[in-house]
Design a protein around this ligand. Structure first.
Ligand SMILES: Cc1cc2nc3c(=O)[nH]c(=O)nc-3n(C[C@H](O)[C@H](O)[C@H](O)COP(=O)(O)O)c2cc1C
Length: 399
């Protein structure tokens, strides 16, 4: 994802500095060469040796007294991109004002012309302060990219905006900024969750889908640089603040409209939602009462979303999902009948697989009926392997 990229990670002095170690690790795992620069306050929160051990080189702490006569300009010239995570209110203020008074802010100023990503982290009051908001506006106007902050639990038990974006989201933002993910330039449409079909204003016909598989597919694609639209009936992926465009729907009809109106403009559609096949023909306008006797609910078919996309011309590379309980025969028949490029059959009856679990056991089914069973793995791993396969099939690139 970031193979061969030279990334300078700047760490300033907030509690979230502990997450910078994990971020450094993710960058290294992504193939980047990483060098670090820390403020004096950052060293109060995170040991310099931790970053040195993860990245293979000691953090730059000071402009003076070292072997390098001009460490900030050399580091800035070396970098393909600079990430400051966490970026404290003070560090944001320094960069916004051009106050190059420590190794970090001086390196950022010297890196003018190089993409810089800032991941602010601070208490809500500090974030909301007009001075910080003025600085953020200035930084954005100057062309800096910000990722986060998120809303959530803060140090000291507080809650609100100010929490640093998760390392995963920072890596994804960096990949996107550099246009370097292996799915960069791809427009991807994903559906997730189960639909709800009204019986009356309080009851519905639904299913057990949690949306975790589809959400993992959307997250994985965004993390690899794709522009992702997620059509979903469940809350979108929490705590990841990835650049995902979320369209919330409830019924099969709404999902069909949302998917069909966007599929033509997508390179790939992965339809992982569990869509109702039938809905009440005539939902009651008011709550059905026990005293009125047992109602007969007449059903009618819902739109076939997968088939609708398969019939489009031109149409995206199309991946369908099938929830099965045991034999794959019906899934193989479905793959051939629906005209998809790939079908993922999901054994929802197996332990640790299917609805609501963190793991999944799937089989890939090709249009010619060949099947490829994958073992039990996390839903994120299924998602990444699926994107590897889709990429290979679309581009012919085996890597
Ligand atoms: C326990 C503790 C936690 C802090 N957390 C933050 C923080 O999350 N964000 C922030 O902007 N400042 C935070 N500060 C204040 C900064 O450490 C302080 O403003 C410092 O001067 C920042 O310097 P730097 O930007 O050079 O690293 C915290 C201070 C303490 C004592």
């Amino acid at each position: 994802m970031l193979t061969g990229r030279r990334i300078v990670l700047g760490v300033s002095g907030g509690v979230a500095a502990y997450k910078a170690a994990y971020l450094a690790r993710r960058l290294v795992e992504g193939g980047a060469e990483v060098r670090t620069v820390m403020t004096a306050a950052a060293t109060e929160f995170l040991g310099t040796q931790t970053l040195a051990a993860i990245t293979g080189s000691a953090p730059l702490l000071d402009l003076f007294g070292g072997d390098d006569p001009s460490p900030h300009t050399n580091l800035a010239r070396w970098a393909d991109a600079v990430v400051v995570a966490p970026a404290t209110a003070a560090t944001l203020a320094r960069i916004a004002a051009g106050m190059s008074e420590d190794a970090l802010s001086t390196t950022v100023l010297a890196a003018w012309g190089t993409p810089v990503l800032l991941a602010p982290a601070m208490h809500t009051e500090m974030w909301d302060h007009p001075a910080t908001q003025r600085n953020v506006a200035t930084l954005e106007a100057d062309g800096y990219t910000l990722v986060g902050p998120e809303s959530g639990a803060l140090a000291g038990g507080d809650e609100g905006p100010g929490r640093m974006a998760e390392p995963e989201a920072i890596v994804a933002a960096l990949v996107r900024m550099l246009g370097s993910g292996d799915l960069a330039g791809w427009r991807v449409l994903v559906s997730s969750g189960g639909t709800r079909e009204a019986i009356d204003p309080v009851r519905y016909i639904g299913n057990r889908s949690s949306g975790k598989m589809g959400n993992a597919i959307a997250v994985a694609a965004a993390a690899r640089g794709a522009a992702v639209t997620l059509v979903t009936s469940v809350p979108p992926p929490a705590g990841e603040r990835l650049p995902i465009d979320v369209v919330s729907v409830e019924t099969a009809q709404q999902m069909a409209q949302a998917v069909w109106s966007r599929a033509g403009d997508s390179h790939v559609a992965v339809l992982a939602a569990a869509v109702a096949d039938f809905r009440p023909r005539d939902p009651a306008g008011t709550k059905l009462r026990r005293t009125d006797g047992t109602p007969a609910i007449d059903l009618e078919p819902t739109p076939d979303i997968l088939q609708g996309v398969a019939a489009m011309s031109p149409r995206p590379f199309l991946v369908g999902f099938a929830a099965e309980t045991g034999s794959l025969d019906e899934a193989v028949a479905k793959a051939q009948r629906k005209g998809v490029d790939l079908l993922v059959a999901n054994d929802v009856a197996k332990e640790g697989s299917g609805f609501g679990t963190e793991t999944n056991e799937v089989s890939l089914i090709m249009p010619d009926g060949t099947t490829e069973p994958w073992g039990l793995m996390s839903k994120r791993e299924v998602a990444d392997r699926l994107w590897d396969r889709i990429r290979k099939m679309r581009t012919g690139d085996p890597h």
